[in-house]
Ligand binder design. Structure first.
Ligand SMILES: Nc1nc2c(c(=O)[nH]1)N[C@H]1C(S)=C(S)[C@@H](COP(=O)(O)OP(=O)(O)OC[C@H]3O[C@@H](n4cnc5c(=O)[nH]c(N)nc54)[C@H](O)[C@@H]3O)O[C@H]1N2
Ligand SMILES: Nc1nc2c(c(=O)[nH]1)N[C@H]1C(S)=C(S)[C@@H](COP(=O)(O)OP(=O)(O)OC[C@H]3O[C@@H](n4cnc5c(=O)[nH]c(N)nc54)[C@H](O)[C@@H]3O)O[C@H]1N2
Ligand SMILES: [Mo]
Length: 769
């Protein structure tokens, strides 16, 4: 890169990811949030057989031998929850909600743990303490007064345990609605919709053991150094075994380039590191479908003997196990290399080389994340990944398979136990048989539809089992007023956030126990269960003294709400809370795959949910794995957006979704600020801009001008035509209606934008305080 001017807080980061920097950052997280004495003990208990599951990510742990004490972002997630800071009723007595709304997201959560149930008082514009029973009674009264159960939206963020999530859906369905917007609707819904069409189940098919046997890994659109840090151990091992790792990502992500494993004594002592990616392809944002089609087209050519290969397709597998191959081939022939190259931003030869590596590998894993799903062709993208794997029989054999990197630590489990707006008829039948009430059959709202229903006055209440609904969603210009129009909003949370402050007529904040905390009920200490990215279900038990004596567990609060709302309920809510084994018994009776649930979670490591495709059984309507057809190579852009830059919204290294732990993004060389736009140097030049200039970013959506002012553009190794900014600040630029129609997922990673040069401001606004 050319010699460039100094920009405050922007310094290239030359080291590998991981290493001593990670250990220092973990220690800093402890120092800033916790009492130093208890911290090491807490961290050591994370992901141990008798400890709690790390709330940081959904990557599994090998034999539950904790690698955790070396995981920087796991340490941040745990210390953020186990903090010694508190936000008390005295604090709320001193500040109006209007004042609190002026604080940054970072400041709000950094106030500490919520300690008491609170009720919004419109007269004073403050949150006041309220007793649990009074809160339950009042919420129950308002819910009973709704003219239809479909007036209520039941939101789940993926940290909730299987037990809490199961009770939540039971409550809502007995109440009478399938309105289950959840964080998955903004995340891996494309996986939940696309993979069942392709292979019959909406989950990944690989286990950790497959990574030991694989011969090739494709990593598409995910950033494990930050978001799945424990995965780095696995990738590091594979790279050292000589397994090629091919990365598709518009941004250069340091952890995918070079990583020093804090557990590797030699690397640490010598300041060494291991190269992770063998090939790094900086695909254009939204260019993955084109790139995948290019690789498949090249594979067909190799198979036809055009190259030296020939016979590279697994014809026997295709014949025995799949349908739709001919249509795929026809579409690949109809797609031109010119279009593929233009749309992917990658050279033909590079994609042909990927096809050669793929043809050579006897067992291939494809890992992917939000770079694939958060596009308006997200579901179709997921199907294309499955297609690529099916062409060489890479599902249902050791060392091979599909590996969606899940988001929240139990988002997959929430789905498994019934958090879905489109429930299967068999599940509803089972609920009816076991409980004797008639669950609603009509499908409900997902996250975006929930907001539309609020806008239309059809939804009047929102109950949130965790999360930061309005901030996580796109388009605050629409979501914030929608939240404020509600008659009732109820939030179960650990920490204060902006969604809590977008109060409706009546609003309650109910403080919950976190994963790290001891949960004692009538029969003694309880454990909960979670399902990781590889479908392993295991127990988790917190040991810390709760942040306040007033806290209640999520299952207990859901039961309290249900009892107060449904006086004639068929469910014995109180008894279920006395002993969570009883909740698990009900899960076992109503859902497949949970046989001997209580016995099997008492075995260290837990058990694996059934994954028929791993045995080449395809629970699709045809009983076969299905190839798909992706027409053309493009996302569905508006015609005006042809020349627009494509904005992707990303997470910094110091954040967990809407939770901002700090203002650094070490590996991308950004320190103490978040108000930046990553750009290719040639795009800067083409726009007449220089590194460090101030711009406003604009989206045009259904006639509205969406704008994010005061952003500093910085040079970065990013694909041409693609630009990147941080979520959630950039959510003002994402139109609510720009979604993947198949899955409802917002197109957070393909926002067409243009830049307007801003007059140099006297003071650059820096997000955070
Ligand atoms: N520390 C930490 N851990 C987390 C989270 C967190 O916020 N912080 N969030 C959790 C959750 S809910 C989730 S869903 C996961 C998210 O984990 P990821 O899936 O890693 O999510 P993102 O940070 O959104 O970024 C995805 C990557 O996709 C790339 N990308 C963007 N657009 C495209 C594209 O069009 N094509 C391709 N090929 N790549 C693209 C970006 O450059 C980035 O490297 O992590 C979970 N774990
Ligand atoms: N622009 C853009 N927007 C995005 C994304 C993106 O990549 N770009 N990613 C999307 C994705 S992948 C996701 S998953 C969503 C995330 O959406 P959410 O899951 O709704 O958001 P979080 O930020 O994870 O929620 C944080 C809040 O959860 C609460 N909390 C934390 N722990 C607990 C707990 O144990 N119990 C309870 N009850 N509450 C708890 C705290 O109050 C905290 O403030 O955001 C989406 N939004
Ligand atoms: Mo997510």
């Amino acid at each position: 890169m050319s010699k460039r001017r100094e920009v405050p807080g922007i310094r290239p980061y030359d080291g590998p990811a991981g290493g001593w920097g990670a250990l220092q950052a973990a220690a800093k997280a402890v120092r800033q949030q916790m009492e130093i004495v208890t911290a090491p003990i807490v961290l050591m208990r994370t992901n141990q057989p008798s400890g709690f599951d790390c709330p940081g990510c959904a990557w599994p742990d090998k034999e539950h031998k904790s690698t955790f004490q070396f995981c920087e972002n796991g340490a941040k997630a745990v210390t953020w929850e186990a903090t010694s800071k508190r936000v008390t009723p005295e604090f709320f007595a001193r500040h109006t909600v209007t004042e609190l709304l002026a604080m940054s997201d970072y400041t709000l959560e950094n106030l500490g743990r919520l300690t008491d149930p609170l009720r919004y008082d419109a007269a004073s514009d403050k949150f006041l303490p309220v007793g649990w029973d009074e809160a339950f009674a009042r919420i129950g009264e308002r819910l009973r007064a709704m003219d239809s159960p479909d007036r209520v939206e039941f939101y789940t963020s993926g940290r909730a345990s299987n037990e809490a999530a199961y009770l939540f859906q039971l409550f809502a369905r007995e109440y009478g609605t399938n309105n289950f917007p959840d964080c998955s609707n903004m995340c891996h819904e494309a996986t939940s919709v696309g993979l069942p069409q392709s292979i019959g189940i909406g989950k990944g098919t690989v286990s950790l053991a497959d990574f030991d046997e694989t011969e090739l890994i494709l990593s598409i659109g995910h950033n494990p150094g930050t978001n799945h840090p424990r995965m780095m151990g696995t990738l590091h091992e594979a790279a050292r075994r000589g397994v090629p790792i091919i990365v598709f990502n518009p941004l250069r992500e340091r952890a995918l380039e070079r990583f020093a494993d804090p557990q590797n004594v030699v690397e640490m002592a010598t300041y060494g590191s291991t190269d992770i990616a063998s090939t790094y392809l900086q695909v254009r944002a939204g260019g993955d479908a084109a790139a995948l089609k290019g690789v498949m087209k090249a594979l067909l050519a190799l198979d036809a003997g055009n190259g030296q290969g020939g016979g590279v397709l697994d014809r026997a597998f295709i014949a025995e196990h799949t349908q739709g191959f001919d249509a795929l081939v026809e579409e690949l022939h109809a797609t031109s290399w010119a279009d593929i190259v233009q749309e992917s931003g990658l050279r033909r030869i590079a994609l042909e080389q990927v096809a050669q590596a793929y043809a050579k590998s006897k067992a291939t894993i494809v890992c992917y994340g939000m770079g694939v799903t958060q596009h308006n062709t997200g579901t179709a993208n997921v199907r294309l990944i499955a297609d690529l794997l099916l062409m060489r029989g890479n599902i249902g054999k050791p060392g091979a398979g599909i590996c969606p990197l899940r988001g929240h630590s139990n988002v997959q489990g929430n789905r498994t136990v019934g958090i879905t707006e489109k429930p299967a008829a068999e599940f509803l039948d089972r609920l009816e048989q076991v409980f004797g009430f008639k669950p609603p059959r009509e499908h409900g709202h997902d996250a975006v539809r929930a907001i539309r229903a609020m806008e239309a006055g059809q939804a009047k209440a929102l109950i949130c089992l965790g999360g930061n609904f309005a901030v996580a969603l796109p388009d605050p210009e629409r979501c914030y007023p929608a939240m404020r129009s509600l008659e009732l909003s109820v939030h179960l949370g650990t920490k204060l956030n902006r969604s809590h402050l977008l109060v409706g007529q009546e609003t309650y904040l109910l403080p919950v126990l976190g994963r790290t905390e001891l949960d004692v009920q009538a029969t003694g200490a309880q454990s909960i269960t979670v399902e990781d990215s590889m479908s392993m279900v295991h127990a988790s038990a917190g040991r810390l003294r709760p942040a306040s004596a007033q806290l209640r567990s999520e299952p207990a609060i859901v039961a309290g709400l249900a009892r107060a709302t449904l006086p004639a309920s068929r469910v014995d809510w109180l008894s279920l809370i006395e002993d969570y084994d009883r909740i698990r018994d009900l899960i076992e009776r109503t859902l497949p795959g949970f046989d001997d649930y209580n016995a099997r979670i008492r075995v260290p490591g837990g058990f694996r949910m059934p994954l028929p495709p791993t045995e080449r059984v395809w629970p699709t309507p045809t009983g076969k794995a299905m190839f798909s057809v992706f027409r053309g190579v493009r996302e569905r852009y508006q015609p005006w957006a042809e020349d627009a830059l494509r904005l992707v919204t990303i997470r910094s290294h110091d954040q967990y979704n809407t939770t901002v732990y700090g203002l650094d993004d070490r590996y991308r060389g950004v320190f103490g600020r978040r108000d930046v736009l990553f750009m290719h140097p040639e795009d800067l030049a083409a726009q007449g801009l220089a590194h460090g200039d101030l711009v406003d970013i604009e989206t045009l959506a259904d006639g509205r001008a969406l704008r994010l002012p005061g952003i500093t553009v910085i040079e970065y190794e990013i694909a041409r035509g693609s630009v990147a900014a941080y979520y959630p600040e950039a959510n003002v630029l994402a139109p609510l209606d720009d979604i993947d129609e198949e899955s409802g997922t917002p197109s957070y990673k393909s926002i067409p934008v243009r830049l307007v040069k801003a007059a140099p401001a006297a003071a650059t606004p820096v997000w955070g305080d």
